[in-house]
Design a protein around this ligand. Structure first.
Ligand code: AMP
Ligand code: MG
Length: 422
């Protein structure tokens, strides 16, 4: 993307994303395992799936009622009942002209039948010894149409039809589709292992007691929750103090155990920011100042065995850089397709503060106003430490680098939060 508005010394967001993705080599295609479909939710498919059969496998009834040949009812309103077809227990004979078959929902259509009438539109006339009826007779009361209430073989999925593609993350419904095809096991990519490291002397874990100057650590919790949706194994290294040796030891351990290492905090140039000096010894890391807000400082590169993301410490910056940059990189690493984010152009109901130079991912609430139009409202203060602004929001208001302040009533681009964030 051509971006001539990024402030000097800052890397345009799109360039950071493109550079990063270009340097990531996905895990090998054959680094996969075969597992039961009941354990496959959220896993990334390592094979294409084609249907081995028609779904449904046979023409069947969509209603409880009576099946017959439509032609039979052209000259009469009544047909003789000669048998029944139940789900799993089909009628074995052939239904002749003038006859009908009792049929239940899901039961195979008997030979000779092309139409079903639901039982609510039928009247059963009991056999009468003195009259001509020897068997039950069914009187058809409603308006009939040929082929009604029949579900045809293959109308859901045809035999041989392509159903799912490798690199697709299996959803709840996909598991059902696989079951309907009779597929008990699938080949999926192996699970990635991701190490999480929070750095900072001031950080306490929820459950501990805060002493003066401390805050509760939240980054590793929100990141672990998002990683769960990516279906990776997480190794949580907890909080590491602002100490060169301690950080180095943690990064080395993490590199041995994980495919990707994610740290938060300490990526700026403050007195207690050791990430850079540690990584200078351990790997090839680029420290980027990205023209995005929140999230200017961001480190990305490779350790001996793993890829490394150094997220900023501020909770909103950590989350937004993870979501916008690290997440697509991890998807590529795990051989998973990247879904296009859904963006809309809508009016903002509030003024938006912005100066040119960085791409903003402001937090907004997309809603429908009284006129039925989609509009977006800022969540208010956009400070990079205000995590509640993200929890109230349901979308980003994406303002390009060149953009200055926006007035209420103007159109802006919003990007809906995806399932990783909600
Ligand atoms: P740093 O990037 O280490 O300079 O941290 C920037 C800000 O983010 C500071 O206010 C930190 O206290 C805060 N911060 C750093 N790490 C975390 C964390 N894991 N959870 C919550 N806040 C954090
Ligand atoms: Mg720090």
């Amino acid at each position: 993307m051509i971006d001539c508005c990024s402030a000097p010394g800052l890397l345009p967001f799109e360039d950071a994303l493109t550079n990063m993705l270009a340097s990531i080599k996905p895990i090998a295609q054959n680094d996969c395992e075969t597992i039961k479909i009941e354990s496959a939710l959220g896993r990334v498919l390592a094979q294409d799936i084609s249907s081995p059969l028609n779904v449904p496998p046979h023409n069947n009834s969509a209603m409880d009622g009576y099946a017959f040949a439509f032609e039979s009812l052209e000259s009469t309103e009544s047909l003789t009942l000669v048998g029944r077809s139940m789900a799993g227990q089909p009628f074995q004979g052939v239904c002749q002209a003038g006859q009908c078959i009792r049929i239940m929902t899901g039961a195979k259509m008997p030979a000779g039948c092309d139409t079903v009438e639901m039982q609510e539109n039928c009247q059963v006339i009991e056999p009468d010894e003195t009259a001509k009826f020897e068997k039950n007779t069914i009187k058809f009361l409603g308006k009939k149409s040929v082929g009604s209430h029949v579900r045809y073989a293959g109308e859901d999925i045809n035999e041989g039809q392509h159903v799912l593609t490798a690199q697709h993350r299996l959803t709840t419904v996909d598991i059902g589709v696989l079951a309907s095809l009779g597929i008990a096991k699938v080949k999926v990519m192996r699970k990635l292992t991701v190490a999480l490291i929070a750095t900072g002397d001031e950080l306490k874990t929820p459950g501990q007691t805060l002493t003066e100057g401390d805050i509760f650590e939240s980054n590793s919790f929100v990141l672990a929750a998002m990683l769960e949706k990516l279906n990776v194994n997480v190794i949580d290294f907890g909080v590491i103090e602002d100490d060169f040796q301690a950080i180095k030891a943690a990064f080395e351990q993490a590199d041995i155990q994980a495919d990707a290492v994610i740290s938060s905090g300490g990526v700026s140039v403050g007195d207690a920011d050791y990430t850079k000096s540690v990584l200078d010894e351990l790997g090839e890391i680029n420290f980027w100042k990205i023209a995005m807000k929140p999230g200017k400082p961001f480190a990305f590169g490779h350790l001996k065995n793993s890829i490394f993301f150094g997220l900023p410490g501020n909770p909103v910056s950590a989350l937004v850089t993870f979501h916008q940059l690290a997440l697509p990189a991890l998807l590529k690493l795990q051989q998973c397709e990247v879904e296009k984010q859904i963006s809309l152009q809508v009016k903002t109901t509030t003024d938006l503060r912005k100066s040119p130079g960085r791409m903003d991912f402001q937090r907004g609430v997309l809603s429908v106003n009284e006129q039925g139009e989609n509009v977006v409202t800022s969540t208010g203060s956009q400070g990079s430490g205000i995590l509640s602004s993200l929890s109230k929001a349901n979308c980003y208001i994406v303002l390009p680098s060149c953009q200055g302040k926006v007035l209420a009533g103007e159109n802006v681009t919003v990007q809906l939060f995806d399932h990783y964030l909600t």
